[in-house]
Design a protein around this ligand. Structure first.
Ligand code: ATP
Ligand code: MG
Length: 243
């Protein structure tokens, strides 16, 4: 379980996260929905300490991670996988090397065992072996997303985080991502936090939904409980802010 209390972050004295309180339960898929610029990425990156918040607490199974020295945080970090909006694959490594890197750094597996894990992961995301020698720039957006999910799978995480997993993908690839998120939940890691502005994705995968507006939670509950009005309010404000 992840417990977030009074989490705040300012940039240039402007509040981006404004006292967020949230419990993320084991085995749930929590979707954090909000238009552009509402603090979704800052929030999800704060949860995994890629961004240091200004104040507040984040507990993983009771462990207050913000006060942990970085080297002690590594034990928690090993349970976390993050799929970045831009995938964050290493451009100078081919797919095989991108997928092997984690095991080379954090396990004592032999080369043969590492390759076995890599093959299992690409099969999981339904890519074929030819992709292994390719470099990220040779891949389509949908393939890159699959490699990013395969890389997360290799970590065998307890907590899976996705930042805008469907942004920039066409309809067929969006459906592929939806299917992979569901399969990942069943076979690899039951707890997932997904930030998105994609209402279709929210409907397709969420157990619970958080609506985030101007760095504050304005709704937490099941998707069936979200009123059309609150969605309109959320997105109208977002659009106006963008103008
Ligand atoms: N490093 C930074 N320095 C200054 N301001 C920042 C920084 N990172 C984020 N912000 C600001 O914080 C606000 C929230 O940004 P964030 O990236 O979390 O939005 P988002 O909800 O993820 O939007 P999007 O849907 O476009 O990804 C924005 O106004 C952004 O400009
Ligand atoms: Mg974002």
């Amino acid at each position: 379980m992840i417990e977030v209390r009074e989490l705040s972050k300012n940039y240039n004295e402007v509040p981006v996260l404004n006292g967020i309180d949230l419990d993320i339960n084991d085995s749930e898929t929590l979707v954090i929905l909000g238009p552009s610029g509402q603090g979704k990425t800052v929030f999800i990156k704060s949860l995994v300490r890629l961004i240091e918040p200004d104040s507040g607490t984040i507990r993983y199974d009771g462990i207050d991670v913000l006060t942990l020295p970085k080297r002690k945080f590594i034990a928690v970090q090993k349970k976390i996988a993050f799929v970045f909006q831009d995938n964050a694959l290493f451009d100078f490594l081919n797919v095989k090397e991108n997928l092997s890197l984690y095991l080379r750094m954090h396990s004592k597996l032999s080369e043969k065992e590492i390759i076995k894990e890599v093959l299992r992961a690409i099969e999981f995301v339904r890519l074929n072996e030819e992709v292994l020698d390719k470099y990220p720039e040779e891949l389509s957006g949908g393939m890159m997303k699959r490699v990013a999910i395969a890389r997360a799978m290799i970590q065998k995480p307890c907590y899976m985080f996705y930042d805008e997993p469907t942004t920039g993908l066409d309809e067929a690839n969006v459906e592929m991502v939806v299917e992979l998120i569901r399969k990942f939940k069943k076979r690899v890691c039951a707890t997932a936090v997904i930030v998105t502005h994609d209402i279709h994705l929210m409907h397709a995968v969420s157990d619970r939904v958080v609506l985030l507006k101007e760095g504050k939670i304005v709704f937490v509950g099941k998707k069936e409980e979200i009123s059309e009005e609150s969605l309109h309010r959320l997105y109208d404000t977002g659009v106006r802010d963008d103008l």
